[in-house]
Design a protein around this ligand. Structure first.
Ligand code: AMP
Length: 216
């Protein structure tokens, strides 16, 4: 299965993608994670992306398209993948369409996660992840069972993203509405757009995703 999760920053794309990878035995391809890894490793791409990401703007299309094209060719993508945070512009969507055609691969569905802007800032600013296993938590909505200890791996170190702050969130939401939201009519026109209520409780969102995939 090959899917795209589409939604604003803070919609829960990463959380839901992790759950779907387990259910459908496919991999999660997050351009945000790949770019953060490149920044941390100090690669040429990382150096180009760092200041753009810190400002909450979008990295250039050619960089992310190249990253995804190379990644899709890897062995672990054979059974399918979920694109999380890509495509984010019409140019990226068009490049993806061409790339999939060239690789003789078909996109099964695009799932839109619908969330009101008013909720997003709170969700983004409160979130953090376990440094050991990457499990996601939130100051208000999803705390570990024992304070300061990861439920999944028992780790006690946690990370917050450098761009999860009030100033950057405004730019990231603006980028979403101006550059990414036009992908909704693009995929609707192609007959592959599905939608779920991204404001529902986490398990309910997963349930809705599986239901629309099975029905669609
Ligand atoms: P994310 O983890 O998806 O919220 O992405 C974090 C940041 O990485 C974004 O604010 C952008 O600066 C950059 N980024 C991630 N994916 C893309 C993409 N597909 N196109 C352009 N920039 C991206």
């Amino acid at each position: 299965m090959r899917l795209i999760l589409l939604g604003p920053p803070g919609a829960g794309k990463g959380t839901q993608a992790q759950r779907l990878t387990d259910s459908y035995n496919i991999v999660q391809l997050s351009t945000g994670d790949m770019l953060r890894a490149a920044v941390a490793a100090g690669t040429k791409v990382g150096l180009r992306a760092k200041t753009v990401m810190e400002a909450g703007d979008l990295v250039s299309d050619d960089i992310v398209v190249d990253i995804i094209s190379d990644r899709i060719d890897q062995e672990d993508c054979k059974n399918g993948f979920i694109l999380d945070g890509f495509p984010r512009t019409l140019a990226q969507a068009e490049a993806l369409e061409q790339m999939l055609t060239e690789k003789s691969l078909r996109l099964d569905a695009v799932i839109e996660m619908q969330v009101d802007d008013a909720l997003l800032t709170d969700r983004i600013i409160g979130r953090y992840t376990c440094a050991g296993c990457g499990a996601g938590y939130h100051d208000k909505n999803l705390r570990p069972k024992a304070a300061g200890v990861c439920d999944k791996c028992g780790g006690t170190d946690f990370n917050r993203r450098a761009d999860d702050n009030a100033e950057t969130v405004t730019s990231r939401l603006k980028a979403y509405h101006e550059q990414t939201a036009p992908l909704l009519p693009f995929y609707r026109q192609r007959g592959c757009l599905l939608a779920v209520d991204g404001m529902a409780e986490i398990n309910e969102v997963t349930r809705q995703m599986k239901a629309v995939l099975e029905a669609g």
